[in-house]
Design a protein around this ligand. Structure first.
Ligand SMILES: Nc1ncnc2c1ncn2[C@@H]1O[C@H](COP(=O)(O)OP(=O)(O)OP(=O)(O)O)[C@@H](O)[C@H]1O
Ligand SMILES: [Mn+2]
Length: 603
């Protein structure tokens, strides 16, 4: 770059100096274009410096403390030179203009990439970002600097999606950190809540428990924030917004939990974000590493050198297996991309079980085992004058704002070729789609096999319980024999099934899907939500040996913080979270217009 360094190359106070970064610039050498981001403390503009595109950070300086802070940040930035750290190319440190000029990173910050663009990185991209960031933080720590604001919003991505750690507004030399932290941030002298809001709310979810307890910030507090951020990169979910998988659409602020509630939960109840599952493509060792990063005790957290040592071999192994599988002759970038995608899919395929097929096979076995004649159901209802419903049906499913579909449903009109028997069901998965995928195949089979030997109510009841037992069995045997299923992975699903036998409607429910009957224009609920906020359910769970705690915003069950109290799967919470459904029976009449069974969506 042709920018000249004018000696003495220092800031106005003489406290910042550099051999390579110009610290004052002739006004003609730069121009500020449109703003890219407005924070509480600064505005970042797209700009031109000496003919080249840059990002210009212009701090809002309203008190002398702010000016001190600018000098401190500049001093620090002048000493840093690492490919994983956003590069300061120049600064202007003389009144009236205080400006930082950074290299421009085209792909914006990682938070925007994940949550606005809904980017879902491949596992090799996650690993690459993890290693690069860990190297940048290792470099900082080696220089005695603690970043104190590690989060995806402060990670900038270049056009190759390589990460560069930015925003040194809170960075400090470790030796200066004695008993500062939260108190000193709070006393920044600004009358508005802006500063407080920025540093507490925006960063709160990344803050280590010791910081929330107002203890000293150490390198290990950066490790904690790093762990939370990498998990976010794997899940694509803003921390704590999916305590209940069904409510993922919430953002932290919308969820209305107060600072104190979240702080209390993180500090005292050791609440952490939901760990990424195996479907993210992350290996068990990587997931365990994340958990160690967010360990309660800072001393149990790995250092960045440890993290690099552990992640590098995983990345190497990944690269190697992709190279080995690399098709000779593939030449264009597109082909390479496709190939990498293919390799990823293959990996995911090998690592996961096809739960749908498992469920289907089981369902076949079950229905073959019994000769299905349902005449006994129809015989028992043989009232010639009874209302005879005529059925039309349909279904609609949408993934909503979630990355993957965890819900499933079946429509089984004319079950076992009986024109007056129909069954429908909906399964709302959580902690992965496995339980829903399995149940949607298995449950109808169980129901058919039980039709000839049980009453409709008993058949429904047993179909739920058997599906649950079969799923947990299957999960267990995969855990034991093939090791393909992680031992701490406990998928589950809420389920509701409706069975129509001539003019009788039976609805079996376990969880919080809902069924509503429209009768003469009015809505009649045929199911009751099984959630921990319901006193009756809470008491049932506790008496079955489960733990129910108020966490964040509502009552939740067990360490998994599940809101539903009945489900198929969730084997870590059995028997308290039971699969036994509650069943209602309704006699249909000509007034009944339609039946809606649905998953409660929060959008
Ligand atoms: N070099 C850059 N290239 C591209 N975009 C940038 C660059 N620097 C900053 N930005 C954009 O500006 C945002 C804010 O930058 P930064 O975090 O450094 O400032 P801040 O004042 O701390 O802002 P905030 O209050 O939001 O944390 C970044 O998240 C990013 O979107
Ligand atoms: Mn920032």
């Amino acid at each position: 770059m042709g920018l000249e360094i004018v000696e003495p190359n220092t800031c106005i106070r003489g406290c910042c100096s550099s051999n390579s970064i110009p610290l004052h610039l002739p006004p003609s050498s730069y121009a500020l274009l449109s703003p890219i981001a407005r924070g509480a403390e600064s505005v970042v503009y797209e700009g031109i410096l000496d003919g080249r595109k840059v990002a210009v950070k212009k701090p809002i300086l309203s008190t002398s403390d702010d000016i001190d802070k600018f000098h401190k940040e500049l001093q620090l930035l002048c000493t840093l030179d690492h490919p994983g750290i956003a590069k300061l190319v120049a600064a202007h440190a003389k009144p009236p203009n205080y400006l930082f000029f950074f290299e421009f990173y085209e792909s914006g910050n990682l938070a925007g990439k994940l949550h606005v663009e809904e980017w879902s990185p491949r596992i090799d991209q996650v690993l690459m970002i993890t290693v690069q960031l860990a190297k940048a933080l290792q470099y900082l720590h080696d220089h005695g600097i603690v970043h104190r604001d590690v989060k995806p919003a402060n990670v900038l991505l270049d056009k190759n999606l390589c990460p560069h750690l930015a925003d040194f507004g809170l960075a400090e030399y470790r030796r200066n950190l004695t008993r500062v932290s939260v108190e000193s941030w709070r006393s920044s002298g600004k009358p508005t809540g802006g500063f407080h809001k920025k540093n507490m709310v925006g960063t709160l979810i990344y803050m280590a428990p010791e910081i929330l307890r107002k203890e000293v910030h150490t390198e290990k507090s950066d490790v904690y924030s790093f762990g939370i951020s990498i998990n976010e990169l794997l899940t694509g979910v803003v921390p704590y917004t999916d305590l209940r998988a069904e409510a993922q659409a919430y953002t932290v602020l919308e969820m209305n939990y107060t600072e104190q509630q979240l702080t209390a939960a993180v500090v005292s109840c050791k609440l952490r974000p939901v760990l990424a599952g195996p479907e993210s493509g992350a290996s068990t060792s990587m997931l365990t590493l994340i958990q160690r990063c967010w360990d309660e005790n800072p001393q149990n957290r790995p250092s960045f050198s440890d993290i690099i040592l552990e992640i590098c071999p995983i990345l190497e192994h990944r690269k190697k297996s992709m190279e080995e599988n690399f098709a000779p002759g593939a030449s264009s970038i597109l082909e390479v991309e496709q190939f990498i995608d293919g390799a990823n899919n293959l990996q995911t395929f090998l690592e996961s079980v096809n739960w749908s097929t498992q469920g289907k096979q089981l369902s076949k076995k079950a229905s073959l085992a019994v000769n299905s004649h349902m005449n006994n159901w129809l015989d028992s209802l043989n009232e010639p004058l009874a209302y005879h419903p005529v059925l039309s049906l349909g279904s609609f499913a949408t993934c909503g704002r979630r990355e993957t579909m965890e819900d499933a449903h079946f429509l089984m009109p004319h079950m076992c070729n009986e024109k007056d028997i129909h069954a429908f069901g909906i399964f709302d998965g959580h902690r992965g789609a496995a339980a829903a995928e399995f149940s949607v195949q298995a449950l109808p089979g169980f129901l058919q096999s039980l039709a000839s030997i049980r009453s409709p109510i008993d058949a429904l009841f047993e179909a739920f319980v058997s599906t649950d037992a079969a799923f947990r069995n299957e999960l267990d045997s995969h855990r034991k024999s093939k090791g393909v299923v992680q031992k701490d992975w406990h998928p589950g699903c809420a389920a509701v099934a409706a069975l129509i036998v001539r003019n009788k409607l039976f609805v079996a429910n376990a969880g919080d899907c809902r069924t509503i009957l429209c009768r003469a224009g009015d809505a009649f609920p045929l199911s009751k939500d099984h959630v921990a906020s319901c006193l009756e359910e809470r008491e049932r769970v506790i008496s079955a040996g489960g733990q129910v705690k108020w966490q964040v915003d509502t009552w939740r069950v067990g360490p998994a913080a599940l809101q539903v109290t009945r489900s198929i799967g969730d084997d870590d919470l059995k028997p308290a979270v039971t699969a036994e459904p509650e069943i209602t029976e309704t006699t249909l009449s000509a007034e009944d217009e339609f039946l809606v069974t649905f998953i409660f969506l929060l959008t």
